[in-house]
Write a protein that binds this ligand. Structure first.
Ligand code: ATP
Ligand code: MG
Length: 296
């Protein structure tokens, strides 16, 4: 991918991230649909190669997080990007509104249960970051729905600050345990979102995707943008940066997601386990055993 520089998308807090300045559209990396498909296949195959090695190495796990406004293309991106990864090494989990049972626990509880095993990819469609996004935009969720003691929710600013810190520590904990976190904010413009929502109404095959509630949430667009901006500034660290990707062109975004995952996998110190001399000898000896079994 010519002109690709991971630094253009990585928020590493050298300067304050301003969401208004973040691109929702950039020049495409591909010239034609055919070229896009070819580029994506190459990235998918590279990803599978890394995942196979990670599986054999069995030390690292990878957690990929997608956060975005509705209709930014999370689902399609997940489907396209991981197409070639061995299904046994890959799982997805979508975080919806917490259930009664989930509300009876701390907010990380439901995420903990879905963390990746060593050797595998886990992809989160939304995540614990909803706790500083939708909950921040609608703080009544915190005070009326979540069962947190009242004295802990009196100062809302403090609540968010503590959550950012808790999340940062949680991701640091994952890093210390060999789990690589790669987190994407798919940055779609309000105009592009409206086009996609209208399409979901006009195309009856897409009606099932349409939710009345999504329209109501559009009234809170600026609040969401403020929440994203603060979240990205507060939870981007050198080890666990956010990647903010222009999402108005889905193809371009998918290429970026795949490329950035591969670049991250490259940094993991992995190899196929090599047998030592004694083990090699044992294995060679077993060839004779297998052959003899055929003679019985
Ligand atoms: P789709 O593309 O299918 O619409 P989606 O991720 O938007 O996928 P939905 O079921 O439409 O899935 O929406 C999930 C909803 O759950 C979102 O509105 C999200 O903000 C909300 N949600 C997720 N986590 C929490 C949370 N911790 N507290 C409150 N609401 C949450
Ligand atoms: Mg939705």
């Amino acid at each position: 991918m010519d002109n690709f520089d991971i630094k253009d998308y990585r928020i590493d807090n050298k300067e304050t991230f301003k969401i208004k300045k973040a691109n929702t559209k950039i020049k495409d990396f591909y010239g034609s649909k055919e070229e896009y498909e070819q580029m994506l296949i190459e990235l998918q195959e590279e990803m599978d190669k890394y995942q196979s090695m990670m599986y054999a190495h069995n030390k690292n796990g990878v957690l990929v997080i997608f956060q975005a406004m509705d209709a930014a293309g999370k689902d399609g991106t997940m489907k396209a990007v991981f197409k070639n990864v061995h299904p046994l090494g890959l799982s997805f989990y979508s975080f919806k509104r917490p259930s009664e049972n989930e509300l009876n626990h701390d907010f990380m509880w439901r995420c903990f249960k879905e963390l990746p095993e060593r050797g595998k990819f886990q992809v989160f469609n939304r995540s614990y970051y909803e706790e500083v996004l939708v909950v921040k935009v609608h703080p009544e969720i915190l005070t009326n729905v979540q069962k947190i003691p009242k004295n802990l929710t009196e100062d809302l600013d403090k609540v968010w600050k503590k959550r950012y810190k808790d999340i940062e520590n949680f991701e640091e904990y994952l890093t210390n345990n060999g789990i690589k976190v790669i987190k994407f904010f798919l940055n779609v413009s309000k105009e592009e979102q409206s086009k996609r929502l209208i399409e979901r109404i006009e195309d009856i095959n897409k009606n099932w995707k349409f939710e009345e509630g999504d329209i109501k949430e559009r009234d809170y667009w600026n609040n969401y943008m403020d929440a994203y901006e603060e979240m990205i500034n507060e939870t981007s660290t050198a080890k666990n940066p956010w990647y903010v990707l222009p999402a108005d062109d889905k193809k371009n975004m998918r290429l970026l997601v795949a490329k950035i995952i591969n670049e991250n996998l490259k940094t993991l110190e992995m190899s196929y386990p090599e047998p030592d001399e004694a083990r090699k000898k044992t294995l060679m000896g077993l060839i004779e055993v297998i052959k003899k079994q055929n003679l019985v």
